[in-house]
Design a protein around this ligand. Structure first.
Ligand code: ATP
Ligand code: MG
Length: 430
């Protein structure tokens, strides 16, 4: 597919500013987001330097970054309060005084009026920018972005508030940078996999990896209960079509090799995939959650449209609720224990009867770190599934961490439901 090798002429440095970033009270998500956007546009970031709200530190950081980089993207410290000094630093660096930008001031007035407030001295300073700046209007806030060009270098200053920064980047900065620099773009295709550990997945894909063309790369990104397999290709814009075809082809080959454990692509989540699947087939679901304490229900309702398929659930944490509300026979609990195949089945059936849904799913397990035994160690989880003509349960053994066990139990329950609905799971033995 021609020369797809990565090549770029510009170098970018990030300069996130804020005392709260250095103290660790705010995580620098802005840099990660910007770096990823630029990377995908073929303008990768080389370095990042984070400094506090300190005039000299900012000036030194600008100087140091420009020794190695052509472009600096700075975020934060643009506010009206005393602690925000980025604009003063930029005024000194660009050797131009702060002056009121009339368009920004008008917008500020309008913004304040629409909230029944008046522009005060402090807000008014938001409309001041160094004379040398090209203003990037900020429709989501009061501090505009700024674009400077000096001695062949570009400095871009953006507000720290993530959603203001993102809008400015997407609507103004990226189009300008792309126009000026990028001839290369990066495409990605991600397979979402649940049900195979990372190492087994990697082994399964080894033969395919060995044949991978050099312009394609593959990365394994594990998370509790799932792995993302990310294919990535870099190509010059004029070769986009070929690059995308190649990418799709290899992603599909990998999917065919992995099989039914691939539940989706790219931004899909198990929740969204399961909800859409049930929606499409007009089926409803109810939950009986013990060790996950409502977590699965909570995950489902994050997806818009969940109400069409999700009837409701019972958090059956105690044995009393398992028996009293779900109708699990106390003798079964006594005999087999609350974490058992029989109880998982009874819970799933109970909640399905209670709500009249098509599927009843139950989760009962030992999340840990306490409560384990030799026969049932921490991480033991049973997932039950009940339909009009089927009742079954599946055992899992996860790990020691309570947090991870809860996540993995939720994903396993969704996985069981998905595979059952699609016919990947055979009839259970019981
Ligand atoms: P404002 O005009 O609202 O004061 P600003 O440009 O002065 O914006 P900061 O005061 O530095 O920006 O930060 C505003 C808020 O944005 C901070 O409270 C912080 O929560 C968030 N923020 C700042 N920098 C970052 C960053 N690098 N990553 C994530 N969040 C950030
Ligand atoms: Mg601020």
């Amino acid at each position: 597919v021609c020369n797809l090798y990565f090549y770029t002429m510009v170098t970018v440095a990030l300069l996130p500013i804020g005392d709260e970033l250095l103290s660790g009270s705010v995580t620098d998500t802005n840099s990660a987001w910007i770096a990823n956007k630029l990377f995908l546009e073929g303008i990768p970031v080389q370095r990042k330097l984070c400094v506090g709200d300190n005039l000299n530190a900012i000036l030194e950081a600008i100087e140091e970054n420009f020794r190695q980089s052509d472009i600096i993207i700075m975020t934060g410290g643009l506010g009206p309060t005393k602690d925000d000094v980025s604009k003063q630093a930029l005024s000194i660096w660009s050797d131009s005084p702060l002056m009121r930008d009339e368009a920004t001031f008008k917008q500020l007035q309008h913004y304040m009026q629409s909230r029944g407030r008046k522009v005060n001295e402090l807000n008014a300073s938001q409309a001041e920018v160094p004379k040398a700046a090209r203003v990037l209007p900020n429709k989501n806030g009061t501090a505009p972005g700024m674009w400077f060009e000096k001695d062949g270098k570009i400095l871009i200053s953006l507000p720290g508030v993530p959603y203001e920064m993102k809008a400015l980047m997407e609507e103004q900065v990226l189009p300008l940078l792309k126009q000026k620099f990028s001839g290369i773009k990066i495409w990605e295709e991600t397979l979402r996999v649940s049900g195979i550990p990372e190492s087994e997945l990697a082994l399964l894909l080894t033969p395919l990896e060995n044949e991978l063309p050099p312009e394609l790369t593959i990365a394994y990104l594990p998370e509790p209960g799932q792995v993302k397999v990310k294919f990535r290709i870099a190509a010059r814009l004029e070769h986009s079509e070929n690059a995308i075809l190649l990418l799709q082809d290899w992603a599909s080959r990998a999917e065919a090799r992995i099989g039914s454990d691939v539940y989706g692509r790219n931004e899909d989540t198990l929740e969204s995939v399961v909800i859409n699947m049930l929606k499409k087939d007009g089926k409803t679901l109810s939950l009986a959650e013990s060790c996950t304490g409502g977590n699965l229900g909570g995950r489902l309702v994050q997806v818009s449209g969940a109400s069409e398929i999700f009837s409701g659930g019972v958090i059956a944490y105690s044995n009393e609720v398992k028996s009293g509300v779900l109708g699990v026979n106390p003798e079964i609990i006594q005999k087999y224990g609350a974490v058992s195949e029989s109880v998982a089945c009874a819970m799933a059936k109970g909640v399905r009867k209670l709500t009249g849904s098509d599927y009843g799913i139950s989760i009962t397990g030992i999340a840990g770190p306490g409560g384990g035994s030799f026969e049932k160690p921490v991480g033991t989880v049973w997932i039950g599934l009940s339909t009009k003509d089927d009742l079954c349960a599946f055992p899992f053994l996860f790990e020691q961490s309570r947090e991870r066990n809860i996540i993995r139990a939720c994903l396993a329950a969704l996985s069981v439901l998905r595979k059952k609905h699609l016919g990947f799971l055979g009839k259970p033995v019981n």
